[in-house]
Design a protein around this ligand. Structure first.
Ligand code: ADP
Length: 463
């Protein structure tokens, strides 16, 4: 646990009592800060009260007497409108911060790597953390991913924090300074939280807000927004900038061509064999990790070894099992058509038994039409079943199911009975999970459970 001694005796208001808020409060109490806690939901407040957390009604709080306001990640401080309590705090000049800011203030001597972008943050963060650990470095991995920042271990000057940072977290961590920053890509997302595309791009640029000439930014040059940023930074020369690409050769940077990674035009690594990091999108993540770690002086060979032993992330094209002719893949994290497109591309040489559905996003799955010829059969479930059926009808054989469980059973049976080689039962829903599950993790875990049960019963039948 991180103990923010700099906040001793300070009056600190913590708004939002989810996992992050609670972690912040534990740390503040250990530091002997005066903590005031609040959450909009009465049920959350009463549970927190029972656990002995210091609940104080923020609607009646004297904001002038508060030294710090710490926000949970989901609470808007700017767009679409500041949370009313945040707006009140701002009138007396309080600037809300998040737990990453507190981490940085508590551990300023450590080395910091920050990863942001629209897609691929978690994969790249985990990959960098994994490689550093394999190289024997002292590392803590967290931020937007997994462990809340203040639950990480103190590293002082001996170690490296590898942090996944969302655009909101960048906006509310004014002093956070990354020795190495990674900007993977920028495509429209979460625009309502940033007042439009321009605001979103400005937020992403905060990854290098405190960079000095000693620091490095690894940045993709494959989308127009990142390319513009790269060109401006190169002209400015305020830090080292390493460009990466998966679609063009870069004499000065790191790029992937025909599945081979090049560093300054020298081929250094064949990426085609890394089955847990399949596809061009993952090659971008690998190139970014490679660039970041090379900038810290790691040898190419050590990085390659780390990539080879990366176990992959759950719920992202995770191979759950291979049984007879069928591979079962959990891509529950694919909550929109763009993410599902990545999985369908990776498996286009297979026979895909596709499980999809849930709460649909704008545009549905019409953008996936080019992939329809690769689909052997689609199994639709959830709120989107009827509308997706209309999109697929006449092009892909479809079965409408009531639940994911039914869809998994039907798809598995059909794939196994077909005895066709290279069959893949792929959960890549292109939808949010909230109509039937708590979140994408619960959906993916349920799928893994169904798959294991099916295989178990097949094995029993066979014995
Ligand atoms: P994030 O943490 O940014 O949401 P993840 O690493 O969890 O990203 O990946 C989520 C999904 O996004 C993956 O299942 C994959 O479909 C897609 N994805 C991963 N990396 C990239 C990338 N570099 N570019 C585009 N899409 C990606």
């Amino acid at each position: 646990m991180i103990i923010p001694h700099h906040l001793k005796d300070q009056k600190v208001a913590v708004l939002g009592l989810g996992r992050t808020g609670r972690s912040v409060i534990q740390s503040l109490m250990k530091a002997n800060a005066h903590v005031f806690a609040w959450d909009d939901q009465e049920s959350v407040r009463s549970a927190a009260r029972e656990q002995g957390l210091p609940i104080i009604d923020f609607n009646a709080i004297e904001w002038k007497s508060i030294d710090q306001l710490i926000l949970s990640p989901g609470i808007p401080h700017l767009y679409p409108a500041p949370h009313p309590l945040v707006a009140q705090a701002q009138t007396v000049g309080l600037r809300p911060v998040n737990d990453l800011e507190v981490l940085y203030q508590s551990q300023p001597q450590a080395f910091y790597i920050g990863i942001t972008g629209t897609n691929g943050k978690s994969t790249t963060t985990s990959l960098i953390g994994h490689i550093l650990k394999e190289c024997g470095k002292l590392v803590e991995v967290g931020g937007n991913l997994g462990i809340p920042a203040l639950d990480l271990n103190p590293l002082n000057e001996t170690g490296t924090y590898v942090l996944e940072v969302s655009s909101y977290q960048l906006e509310t961590s004014p002093s956070l300074h990354f020795n190495v920053g990674v900007l993977l890509n920028i495509t429209p997302d979460h625009l309502e939280r940033h007042g439009g595309m321009e605001g979103y791009i400005e937020a992403k640029k905060l990854i290098y807000k405190n960079a000095t000439p000693k620091d490095t930014l690894v940045i993709s040059v494959d989308d127009p927004h990142c390319l513009t940023i790269y060109e401006a930074l190169k002209a400015e020369g305020r830090m080292k900038v390493v460009p990466i690409s998966t679609c063009k050769s870069l004499p000065e940077g790191i790029y992937v061509k025909d599945g081979v990674l090049y560093e300054r035009t020298q081929p250094v690594l064949d990426l085609k064999g890394f089955s847990r990091l399949k596809g061009q999108h993952n090659w971008q993540n690998i190139a970014a990790a490679y660039g970041a770690l090379r900038s810290m002086g790691l040898e190419g060979e050590a990085i390659a070894k780390g990539i080879a032993s990366f176990p992959g992330l759950t719920h992202r094209q995770q191979v759950v099992a291979v049984y007879k002719n069928v591979t079962f893949v959990n891509d529950s994290k694919a909550t929109n058509a763009d993410a599902t497109a990545k999985a369908l591309t990776c498996y286009q040489d297979s026979r895909i038994y596709w499980l999809l559905g849930g709460r649909p996003k704008e545009g549905g799955i019409t953008s996936l039409k080019p992939y329809f010829p690769f689909i052997e059969h689609a199994f639709l479930y959830g709120e989107s079943a009827q509308s997706f059926y209309l999109t697929l009808e006449g092009e892909v054989p479809c079965t409408i199911c009531q639940t994911l469980e039914e869809a998994t059973e039907k798809a598995s049976r059909l794939a196994l009975e077909s005895k066709k080689q290279n069959a893949v039962v792929l959960l890549s829903p292109a939808c949010a999970s909230f109509d039937q599950f708590r979140d994408f993790e619960a959906r993916g875990d349920a799928f893994c459970g169904y798959v294991n049960a099916i295989i178990h019963s097949e094995q029993k039948k066979a014995s």
